[in-house]
Design a protein around this ligand. Structure first.
Ligand SMILES: [Zn+2]
Length: 407
């Protein structure tokens, strides 16, 4: 099947200027031609005419927990969880999110879902799954994965995830206090073993000294990276470590910068009802509000590789919140093109999929979306999706975003 998509403009995801009117040709599941100006039409061609629209690579969320996280009560039975998760990721897809990286979920659901989607048994976004995240005993978010202590156990944990189909390794090494979780030798061993097996490492680290230790160990991406030291920022730049700042989860959108205190309190309240934890979380988020604007400025000025990830559905973020993450990147001083690239080509690099998706370019998979209007004038145009194609297949009923948090 040959499809020609005609649009007013194309943002190809590479960061170069938008161009148009233009036509993009898709054959089977691949983009085969991108052409500016009018286009002669051959027979047996399906035309998708989208006047007034911008075509761009499908959005990618580099940090999501597809099954959700249960802070109270038991984890739902696997069949319930699987169907609920399928509905959630299909909703994300209809909103224009064509790739998601699951960084920790219950009961192996993402790996199974990835297989079912890849076999075309069900429709869904492209999924990269970590299997079980790896934490120290009692460490942050250990309920979402497995616990390992000591060099031998972390190496074994990596091998088990590799055996069970992990696309990458997710580890967690800070909670919300200035106390690292894994030791340096544990982190070093985990990263070395993952890399030996050809797997990237995404590491949850929000505060020092854990961030610096993770960078030193050679992790590929720091998830959150909210309160790094100047020394660690310099190391991130020198090593080319990616950061996924997950702005959506911070609660910045509620009232920042006018009332950061209110944002901190609300985020803390949404994360836990337990009063002791709420206090600790609140002070952590207050530290984050102070430091993160500087971190994002540093990232922009120094060309760090910044990805877009949301941590949805924590704090009730919807599964398509990467749209909101792009808006927040713009609020933090990224221009619209940079913010869009974070959610497309940068994420593709971070996920190791840059030869597959993330740009509109011949030879890449046809994971593309169209939105009404011009997102370079206002990134909120991403809310108004009108066309979604995933691996060459047109997804019915694209779903514009009705309400997101106030940004
Ligand atoms: Zn997370």
């Amino acid at each position: 099947m040959r499809t020609v998509i005609k649009v007013d403009r194309v943002i190809d995801g590479s960061g170069r200027d938008a161009f148009g009117p233009a036509a993009v040709v898709v054959e089977d599941n691949l983009i085969t031609l991108v052409r500016e100006g009018p286009m002669g039409l051959e027979q047996d061609t399906r035309i998708v005419d989208l006047p007034g629209c911008t075509l761009m690579p499908g959005l990618m969320d580099a940090h999501i927990h597809v099954t959700g996280i249960t802070s109270r009560g038991p984890v739902p039975p696997a069949p319930d969880l699987a169907y609920r998760t399928l509905a959630s990721v299909q909703s994300a897809l209809r909103h224009g999110v064509t790739t998601i990286r699951d960084v920790g979920s219950y009961l192996g659901v993402p790996v199974a879902l990835r297989r079912a989607i890849a076999r075309k048994q069900v429709i869904g976004p492209r999924i990269l799954a970590c299997g079980k995240l790896i934490a120290m005993s009692g460490g942050h978010a250990y309920q979402l994965g497995m616990q390992a202590d000591g060099v031998d156990e972390v190496v074994k944990a990596v091998r088990e995830q590799f055996r069970d189909g992990a696309d990458f390794i997710k580890t967690v090494t800070t909670h919300r206090a200035a106390l690292p979780e894994f030791t340096q030798p544990e982190l070093d061993a985990l990263v070395a073993e993952a890399h030996r097996l050809g797997r990237k490492v995404a590491c949850h680290a929000g505060i020092e000294p854990g961030i610096g230790m993770a960078v030193r160990a050679g992790v590929d991406s720091i998830e959150h990276c909210w309160i790094p030291s100047d020394e660690t920022l310099a190391a991130i730049k020198a090593r080319g470590t990616a950061i996924v700042p997950t702005l959506a989860i911070t609660g910045f959108g509620y009232s920042y910068p006018e009332r950061p205190q209110a944002s901190a309190e609300r985020t803390a309240a949404m994360l836990y009802e337990n009063v002791d934890q709420a206090e600790a979380i609140k002070s952590y988020f207050e530290g984050t509000f102070q430091r993160l604007p500087y971190v994002m400025r540093f990232a922009k000025e120094n060309g760090l590789l910044v990805g877009a990830g949301t941590d949805a559905p924590i704090t009730e973020l919807p599964y398509h919140s990467v749209i909101y993450e792009v808006e927040l990147l713009a609020k933090f001083g990224f221009d619209a093109m940079e913010a869009i690239c974070a959610a497309t080509s940068n994420n593709a690099r971070i996920l190791g999929l840059d030869r597959v998706v993330g740009k509109i370019e011949p030879g890449l998979a046809a994971d593309v979306i169209a939105v009404r209007g011009d997102p370079l004038q206002d990134v909120r145009a991403l809310r108004d999706v009108c066309f979604v194609m995933r691996d060459g297949q047109v997804i019915p009923d694209p779903e514009p975003t009705q309400a997101l948090r106030q940004v």
